[in-house]
Design a binder for this molecule. Sequence first.
Ligand code: FAD
Length: 306
Amino acid sequence: MSLYRTALLGVARWGPLERFARRRGLRLGAHRFVAGESLDDGLATARRLADEGTYPILDVLGEFVARPEDAGAMADRIHAALRGLHGVPAPRAASVKPTQVGLGLDPDLGLAHLRALAVTAGEASVQLALDMEDHPHVDATLDALETLHDEGHHHVSTVLQSYLRRTPDDVERLLARDPVPTLRLVKGAYREPASVAYPRKADVDAAYARLLDRLLEGGGVVHVATHDEALIAHARARRDALGLPAERMTIQLLYGVKRGLQRRLVAEGERVGIYLPFGADWYGYFTRRLAERPANLAFVLRGLLG
Ligand SMILES: Cc1cc2nc3c(=O)[nH]c(=O)nc-3n(C[C@H](O)[C@H](O)[C@H](O)COP(=O)(O)OP(=O)(O)OC[C@H]3O[C@@H](n4cnc5c(N)ncnc54)[C@H](O)[C@@H]3O)c2cc1C
């Protein structure tokens, strides 16, 4: 992991800085990556993305809740978002962070909320992804996904991170299922120790290409979630070489990142999903976007001066 990224993710956890940033609100630069604070903001942007030929992956911001009642309140907000999405043209997708509905507090509580959300998503014809968080939560997230699939919620998917040393085994575990779950492949956004994650970017990138090849051969729908243009080209070439139908693969990008690439991929006929976060709890998400690219600090500076 780069020194910049490690330092930024570390400094961002300093309480006074977080309180200052939250007081300044989205004006601090977060509005580039976040649709707004209200559900109406999120849905309006979701409709605009659908008009532009992409499909929105709506995300109610929030993570790592400390009390069961907070998990319940968050689940209520996600139910409302899923129902609201029903008014947006298909395909419709949403993401939930398992710890935001209590999976980190109590696996049974988290699973109960995820199950109820899977039902609401099914009723609203929304594909629901369980985002992958930091490594202590990977087992519980995969277990929840498998339980929901055993119960027939095949519209629920999850995410695998190429920086984790364990991911090749997780890929085989999921490819052995029938049907194979839809999977999003990412590099990974959290600060992880070298004992569990590759510290060098070159290793993370190489692992991404290997995992991608295996997933494309493996049978389920694959969401190629990266802004790395070499890896996107690799995925498209591999899909074509294998003769896979278009519906086996989509490309997913983050709202506000590489907008030119987004337009180009749509114009070239690719299925493009845009991860679209909204909500008041934007701080953790925003700091991960800053950690990915030093140049993004310019948005913060502009927000401070503006
Ligand atoms: C749709 C989607 C869903 C995701 N879900 C998860 C998840 O569930 N769990 C998880 O751990 N991570 C998730 N991520 C984040 C992911 O793990 C990476 O942190 C993030 O995508 C940056 O890595 P990259 O693959 O784009 O490659 P990089 O090698 O970091 O970047 C490739 C290129 O894109 C540019 N770029 C990358 N990020 C930014 C940015 N923030 N701003 C401007 N330019 C940028 C870089 O400058 C570089 O040119 C998700 C990403 C996407 C796109």
